[in-house]
Design a protein around this ligand. Sequence first.
Ligand SMILES: C[S@@+](CC[C@H](N)C(=O)[O-])C[C@H]1O[C@@H](n2cnc3c(N)ncnc32)[C@H](O)[C@@H]1O
Length: 320
Amino acid sequence: MHLPVLVQETIQALAIRADGTYVDGTFGRGGHSRAILERLGPLGRLIALDRDPQAEQAARAIADRRLRFFRKKFSGLAEALTESGVQLADGMLFDLGVSSPQLEEAARGFSFRLDGPLDMRMDPTSGVSAAQWLSQAKEEEIREVIRGYGEERFAKQIAAAIVASRVREPILGTRQLAGLVGEAVRTREPGQDPATRTFQALRIHVNRELEEVSLMLPQAVQRLAFGGRLAVISFHSLEDRIVKRFLQHAARPDVPRHLPLRASEMPQPTLRILGRAVKASAEEIKSNPRARSAILRVAERTAAPYVPNLRIEPDARWRN
Ligand SMILES: C[S@@+](CC[C@H](N)C(=O)[O-])C[C@H]1O[C@@H](n2cnc3c(N)ncnc32)[C@H](O)[C@@H]1O
């Protein structure tokens, strides 16, 4: 079960046209996709992506000729559109992060509460699991990932504890890691498990989540039709910062100071930001606590051609 967040707000933001072509870049269990399909007429189309094989199963179970699903990372957005014969889409949604089934199934290894293999890959068929990465990463790398992606004050102590422990026995389980982290973290944040930040950091790293967002956003702008809407829901400050900065730069591009440019050669805004960031209502948070940290940002494509902006290209500091 996955309860989609901010559904009404997102659908309203997308201003869906019955005969338009839309993208759901994070299908999950299809909550948002279903809401989009409900508003599409017979000529409308929905292109959905997700890297998770279980999301693919859920999408294949929807018998609707207007839906085309790709099991792909959303950094492959442009490729999926081209393969679908779509040059420009009328709206795109990205509901970032992990789904409830990913978090709540012990075997996926995302949860520090449930004992399972320390995997954490959204696509367990490719890449390196959290356990594999922790078994061979250098202590400094582990520290930087936990500090950078978890904003964890005790990153140094946690990394040292991991490295000291892995020589005795491999770290293969979620509860095993949570226990280690619990011992290394000296002061606890009220209401938060001491492993929360470390697990968030490893998940972001293993799935290259921030890099994915940075690679997807320019493609979304390039492949949105004039007047098309981009809606992005973030769940933590690191991804929201990337989205916010990207939208701001696209809406107010830097003007090169020392180049003799004519007015017609000045970089033009490719996006217009619509409204302020939207958060879930108290009522929604009551019925779906995951909505607590959701932030929806919406922008509309202008008619200006897209020119890559080097300042907002991906941050690829930590590759695995
Ligand atoms: C918060 S859930 C989306 C839930 C969905 N909106 C729904 O209503 O069911 C995020 C989903 O995005 C997928 N995902 C996250 N990052 C991805 C990426 N870079 N490429 C493709 N899918 C990704 C995850 O596998 C997960 O299924």
